[in-house]
Design a protein around this ligand. Structure first.
Ligand SMILES: [Mg+2]
Length: 125
């Protein structure tokens, strides 16, 4: 997983811990909520731009700005999520079990689609 490119993870974690200690949990939770809202807004702006302007790819400058904004907001949210892990605990085990569940669901759905396509070829739908 690409994280904190160019910065070793220990240094990164130390800075994040320092931020939590210095500013406190209440403020960092508020900032996390704010950053999540900013990412939501950036994603919606891109979606609105695509939906309302079918030629959006031609407005390359606007597209690049929206894309850059999304990357910045993802980075902001990731930094705050890493601080939330420092506050509330690490999530690797939970993430792994959720990814396992997702993998099972994907396999089930792919099989389902394959079966439906096979049935459709045999005129069942
Ligand atoms: Mg932000």
């Amino acid at each position: 997983m690409e994280r904190g490119a160019g910065m070793n993870d220990k240094h990164r974690d130390e800075i994040l811990k320092e931020a939590v200690d210095e500013y406190g949990v209440i403020l960092q939770v508020d900032i996390c909520i704010e950053e999540m809202a900013e990412l939501t807004k950036a994603l919606l702006k891109m979606r609105r731009h695509k939906e309302n302007n079918p030629l959006y790819m031609q407005d390359h400058k606007l597209y690049l700005n929206l894309h850059k904004n999304i990357l910045e907001e993802i980075a902001d949210v990731q930094i705050m999520l890493d601080q939330m892990r420092i506050v509330y605990g690490f999530t690797l085990e939970v993430e792994n079990s959720k990814i396992d569940r997702l993998k099972t669901r994907l396999e089930r759905d792919k099989k389902l689609i394959k079966d439906m396509e096979r049935d459709a070829q045999h005129g069942k739908y």
